[in-house]
Design a protein around this ligand. Structure first.
Ligand code: FMN
Length: 332
């Protein structure tokens, strides 16, 4: 088994700095997280849309399926979040990745049962506060990301650099726009300790989204996504009839209530479960344009390692001192 040791792999006890993003519906199952964790990365169960009994079953399947670390993503805004926290405390997953809220609400309780706590942040101040609260690590999400990019739309490259400078003692996982080993190398060079891959893992055999959703991701170029729902919990999704309708309302500065009604008229579930890819929320990142095949998740992890090696080999190392330059001759 290959190892790429970083502060994040040491913190989490994994071999590779490859994190499969928690994605509602797509990783609300055990198959995808298990495949990634067995391959040496960190698989993440997305608890967001799951009923408690389904989540309990998936947690038990995942725990039984591997001795390697795995994680649960917990959006703190979800209905019944407190019941989910209680369920997780009873199951003691190795890692919890919380998003959309503050860490003080859950941190001590998870630390008491030995669970590592990562917190998803969308800005530098947010990162500082989470670090002060005592999280074990941060997931820093930039504007390229599928799902929920940061409202201020700062790119992953800039935000990761800003966060590692602001809280250098905290291990950071970079997320948003990373689809291959070159992206991983770039994020480690910026000071992150791992990269989180969302859209790349949507196009895997194990991701539990409709085949038409996967086909839509493959058909999307780097400029084929849109951000819509500004001020309402902005999402990045594949451009389609729904994003066009939202875009028109936003351009014409329609009332918030009108925009909210349209925004809530369709869901991610409509696309992910029922394959309504023309007029529902086909959430995916700009990196959809870098993804051209549906693969087994373990192959994605293996490819990332191969591409990472190739990326390192392309770097012009070592950095050599420049030869002494000839003094410039005065012009005639
Ligand atoms: C279909 C989809 C569903 C997502 N669901 C969640 C979620 O439930 N919780 C969460 O914290 N982030 C969610 N995200 C965001 C991802 O965790 C991750 O930050 C993002 O996919 C990274 O960007 P990338 O797609 O460019 O790799 C979702 C993203 C996608 C594409």
């Amino acid at each position: 088994m290959t190892r790429i040791p970083t502060p994040v792999t040491r913190l989490l006890g994994i071999d590779l700095p490859v994190v499969q993003a928690g994605m509602s519906w797509a990783s609300s199952c055990s198959a995808l997280p298990l495949a990634v964790s067995r391959a040496g990365g960190l698989g993440v169960v997305a608890a967001g849309p799951m009923r408690l009994d389904d989540l309990a079953r998936v947690l038990d399947e995942t725990a039984a399926g591997t001795d390697s670390p795995w994680a649960v993503n917990l959006p703190l805004y979800r209905q019944g979040a407190e019941d989910v926290i209680e369920l997780l405390l009873s199951r003691r997953p190795p890692v919890v990745i919380a998003s959309q809220g503050g860490p003080r609400r859950y941190l001590e309780r998870f630390h008491d049962v030995g669970t590592r706590c990562l917190h998803v942040v969308a800005g530098v101040e947010h990162a500082r506060k989470a670090a002060e609260a005592g999280v074990d690590g941060l997931v820093v999400v930039g504007a390229e990301a599928g799902g929920h990019p940061p409202p201020a739309m700062v790119t992953t490259q800039v935000l990761v650099r800003a966060v590692v400078s602001a809280v250098p003692e905290v291990p950071v996982i970079a997320s948003g726009g990373i689809a291959d080993g070159a992206g991983l190398a770039a994020m480690l060079a910026l000071g992150a300790g791992a990269a989180q891959f969302g859209t790349r893992f949507l196009a895997t055999e194990e991701a539990t989204v409709h085949p038409d959703y996967k086909a839509a991701v493959l058909a999307t170029g780097v400029d084929g996504t849109r951000t819509v729902g500004h001020g309402l919990g902005v999402i990045r999704a594949v451009a389609n009839d729904f994003t066009a309708r939202m875009g028109r309302l936003e351009e014409s500065a329609a009332e918030l209530d009108v925009r909210r009604k349209e925004f809530q008229s369709v869901t991610l579930k409509d696309a992910a479960l029922h394959g309504r890819v023309r007029d529902a929320k086909v959430e995916a990142g700009q990196s959809a344009g870098l993804v051209d095949s549906v693969l087994p998740a373990a192959d994605v992890v293996e490819r990332v390692v191969t591409e990472y090696r190739a990326a390192l080999a392309r770097l012009p190392l070592p950095v050599e001192p420049a030869p002494e330059s000839e003094p410039e001759s005065p012009s005639a």
